[in-house]
Design a protein around this ligand. Structure first.
Ligand code: FEO
Length: 398
């Protein structure tokens, strides 16, 4: 399917309505996703990115039908992750011209070879500021290393005011429309933020720097067309403003309590802690780590200022969902948040300290000592948990 999104520029991607997990099973995608590929039909015909390889046959046959494979003069690969480059080999093998130039970064060239283990006869390595005229329009390349792979780049179409940003500014969102002004804004922002929280958080400092660099280029931006989700057509720069906000130790001021429990003792502690937090005028949300989607929990952590994680102790450590969660948190390198551990135990009782230590190593400020309760909390111990919650909330207000 091809849809003209701007004069001479067409969306030719795939909407994956049924996808529920991405990156293997690492990331949940409750609203599916899309793999956005684009065609520019100027004096030269340019393909911007491909789609994930399970869709390669549909993609190539659609391109042949609507563009003609022999008419494609150049291919831009903004990012080599298989959800965008996966159909490239199938496409090249189907094209009559075997030496169509492929524009990518230096890291992209290396990654293509390592992904596909074949020779690409005409790779054109580009760097920030390089440009190529394609007729009425000119393509300007901007490297985006670690946003979110070393090879990432964006392409600005001078003359059309379109930014092909690849993963940046995208969302895993198979939507009713291609455009931001024709979809449910709540759904859109939920997915855009989830994408940022789960994928881009570790690169926030680089993102801030890159935004400043792009602002200094003083580009006329009329449309931002990412490789997943909807195209930012109405007030496109709003998503750049949002990224600048999300990249700066973002939080919404509330606490999130995440607990993992076997016989409800740790859950009871969580509720008592919550009462103390609330008493100090701090709002909170609460989730059971064992039954809540982990990507959604990460999004909630991203939005929170204070993060309390509880698990009972089993075999000298935390329960399995908490162990996985702490590991994911470590990799995401959140900044500007407070953390604390809590939990019940029967005999050894290591969990609360393990959680607190892990959060501290992950960059959280841990203003108070973890709290633990042997077996089920008594009324007195629940009062101690509430006091713990109050103390933590006071630290959040400092
Ligand atoms: Fe959508 Fe980094 O791939």
């Amino acid at each position: 399917m091809m849809t003209e999104i701007r004069k001479k520029i067409f969306w030719t991607g795939i909407k994956d309505w049924g996808l529920r997990h991405f990156h293997g099973h690492e990331l949940s995608t409750h609203r599916g996703t899309s793999y956005n590929s684009y065609i520019i039909k100027d004096e030269k015909t340019v393909l911007i990115d491909t789609v994930w390889d399970p869709y390669r046959e549909d993609f190539v046959s659609d391109l042949d039908k609507h563009v003609g494979l022999g008419n494609i003069d150049m291919i831009v690969i903004n990012h080599t992750e298989p959800d965008h480059s996966g159909s490239l080999v199938n496409l090249l093998d189907s094209m009559p011209k075997k030496d169509v130039p492929i524009y990518c970064t230096k890291n992209g060239a290396e990654a293509l070879k390592k992904h596909f283990h074949r020779d690409f006869p005409n790779i054109v390595v580009v760097k920030t500021g390089d440009s190529v005229s394609i007729g009425e329009y000119e393509l300007v390349f901007v490297e985006m290393p670690m946003m979110h792979w070393p090879d990432s780049m964006l392409v600005y179409v001078k003359g059309a005011g379109v930014v092909f940003s690849n993963d940046a500014f995208g969302q895993h969102y198979a939507a009713i429309s291609l455009y931001n002004d024709e979809v449910d804004e709540c759904e859109l922002y939920e997915e855009a933020l989830k994408y940022y929280a789960n994928i881009l958080t570790p690169f926030s400092m680089l993102i801030l720097k890159k935004i400043k660099e792009i602002e200094a280029m003083d580009l006329q931006i009329d449309m931002i067309a990412p490789s997943h989700g909807v195209i930012w057509r109405k007030d496109p720069v709003q998503i750049i403003r949002k990224y600048a906000q999300w990249a700066q130790e973002y939080n919404e001021g509330h606490a999130v309590i995440i607990y993992d429990t076997m016989y409800d003792a740790t859950r009871t502690m969580a509720e008592a802690i919550a009462s103390g937090i609330e008493k100090q005028g701090i709002r909170y949300k609460m989730f059971n780590a064992a039954v809540t989607d982990q990507s959604d929990i990460i999004t909630e952590i991203f939005k929170a200022k204070g993060v309390l994680i509880g698990s009972c102790t089993v075999n000298n450590t935390v329960l399995r969902p908490t162990a996985g969660l702490l590991d994911v948190i470590k990799g995401l390198r959140f900044r500007g948040k407070l953390g604390a551990g809590f939990g019940s135990y029967g005999w050894s009782g290591e969990s609360p300290k393990l959680i607190g230590d892990s959060l501290e190593r992950s960059g959280f400020r841990t203003p108070i000592e973890p709290i633990r309760v042997k077996y089920r909390p008594s009324g007195e111990e629940l009062a101690e948990c509430a006091a713990f919650g109050e103390k933590f909330a006071k630290a959040m207000k400092e």
